[in-house]
Design a protein around this ligand. Structure first.
Ligand code: ADP
Ligand code: MG
Ligand code: MG
Length: 325
C-alpha cells in the first residue's frame, strides 16, 4: 500500500430537482467520501420532497393553505429558504419572485414533461397579473407561514438548486470534506481548490456547440446560468421560456442566457433568473442592487456583455469572447 498516494476523486450522482446533481470530493479516502455522500444524498432527497412545486409534499400543502387564506406550519429548513427568497426578491425589485408559481403553471411549466406549446388565453394572463402575487405578501413567523394574498403560489425553482448546493456544501464540510465540486444543471459550486488545481468551468455557447469561455472557480464560489434554452416551447416564431416576467405574467423575452458568479449559490441562482427578466438594458442596475458583480449576459441578437469582474475571470476557450460593458 502506497502511503503518500493522493486519494482519488470520488463521484456520486443524484437525480433531484429534475436534473442530475453530481458531487465529486477530492483528497479524502473513499469511506469518508462515501459517508459524506450518503449524508448529502439523504438531505437532497428531503429537499426535493419538501420544496417540489407540484408533487405532493410540504410546499404543495403550503400552497393549498395559502390559496384558502390559512396559515401553515412548515419545516424549519423551508421557513429559512422562504425568508431568503423574500430578501432576494426585494433586492431584485421583484424580478425574481418565487410567489409567481401560478404564472409558471399557467404557461405549462409545472410538469415533468415538456409544455403542450399553447400559451394561456389573454384573459388568463390578465387575471394572473391582477393577482399581483409577491413574496412580500408572506408573513413568516418562526415556522408559521401565511399569505395576505391568495394569488401567491410558491415555486422555488429559480433558487432551489443554488440553495440546495449551499446546504450540500455545509453537509460536506461537516463531514470533514474541504475540497469538492458540486454540479447541477446550469450551476456549479466548489469547496476548496482541488489541491491547487482549481476546477475550471465552461460557460456553454447557447447558439452553437461549444463554449464562450471558462472560469476557474475559487474556493466557495458558485456559478449559475439561466436561460431560454433549457425549458421552453416555440410558437409562431416566438420562444416562450420557463422564466416568467412578473410584470407581464409572460415569459421574458430578449435574453438567451445570464451567468452569475458569486460566493453564494442561492444568490447566484436567483440573480441569474432576475437578470434574465431585467433584460439587456436594466440588468446592471439590478445586479448592483443584488450585490453581484461578476455577470455575463448573452442576448437574442447574439451579443455578449460582461462586467469587468467577469471579464477578468473569463478564460478564452477556442475563440468567442464577450465585449466589455
Ligand atoms: P433553471 O431551472 O434552468 O436553473 P432558473 O434558475 O432560471 O432556471 O429557474 C427557473 C424556474 O424558476 C422556472 O422553471 C420557474 O419554476 C421559476 N421561475 C420562473 N420565473 C421566475 C421568476 N421571475 N422569479 C422566480 N422564479 C421564477
Ligand atoms: Mg436561477
Ligand atoms: Mg437555476
Amino acid at each position: 500500500r502506497v502511503l503518500n498516494a493522493p486519494a482519488p476523486d470520488i463521484r456520486e450522482t443524484f437525480y433531484v430537482f429534475g436534473t442530475l446533481l453530481e458531487v465529486e470530493t477530492h483528497g479524502v479516502a473513499e469511506p469518508q467520501a462515501r459517508q459524506a455522500m450518503a449524508r448529502v444524498g439523504a438531505h437532497l432527497r428531503q429537499m426535493h420532497r419538501d420544496w417540489h412545486a407540484w408533487n405532493p409534499g410540504e410546499l404543495e400543502s403550503l400552497n393549498a393553505a395559502i390559496a384558502v387564506g390559512q396559515s401553515f406550519e412548515v419545516d424549519p429548513g423551508l421557513a429559512k429558504l422562504l425568508q431568503q427568497g423574500r430578501e432576494l426578491a426585494c433586492r431584485s425589485n421583484g424580478l425574481f419572485d418565487p410567489a409567481v408559481g401560478g404564472m409558471v403553471e399557467a404557461w405549462g411549466f409545472h410538469a415533468d414533461t415538456p409544455p403542450t406549446g399553447d400559451p394561456p388565453a389573454d384573459a388568463v394572463v390578465a387575471t394572473l397579473l391582477a393577482g399581483h402575487p409577491k413574496m412580500t405578501d408572506l408573513t413568516i413567523r418562526g415556522t408559521t407561514v401565511r399569505s395576505s394574498n391568495p394569488a401567491v403560489q410558491l415555486d422555488l425553482g429559480a433558487y432551489a438548486k443554488g440553495a440546495a448546493l449551499d446546504l450540500a456544501e455545509e453537509d460536506l464540510s461537516a463531514e470533514g470534506i474541504t475540497d469538492a465540486v458540486l454540479n447541477a444543471g446550469g450551476g456549479v459550486q466548489v469547496l476548496g481548490d482541488h489541491g491547487s488545481r482549481p476546477w475550471r468551468v465552461a460557460i456553454r455557447d447557447p447558439f452553437e456547440w461549444g463554449v464562450v469561455g471558462a472560469v476557474s472557480l475559487r474556493p466557495g464560489e458558485a456559478l449559475h446560468t439561466s436561460g431560454n434554452y433549457e425549458r421552453y416551447f416555440d410558437k409562431g416564431g416566438i420562444r416562450f421560456s420557463h422564466i416568467i416576467d412578473p410584470r407581464t405574467a409572460r415569459p421574458m423575452q430578449g435574453v438567451v442566457s445570464v451567468s452569475v458568479l458569486s460566493n453564494n449559490g442561492a444568490l447566484s441562482d436567483a440573480a441569474a433568473t432576475a437578470l434574465c427578466v431585467a433584460g439587456e438594458k436594466d440588468w446592471p442596475r439590478i445586479a448592483a442592487q443584488m450585490g453581484v458583480s461578476a455577470v455575463l449576459m448573452i442576448a437574442d441578437d447574439g451579443s455578449m456583455v460582461a462586467t469587468p469582474e467577469m471579464m477578468a475571470r473569463l478564460e478564452a476557450v477556442e475563440g468567442g469572447f464577450p465585449a466589455p460593458i
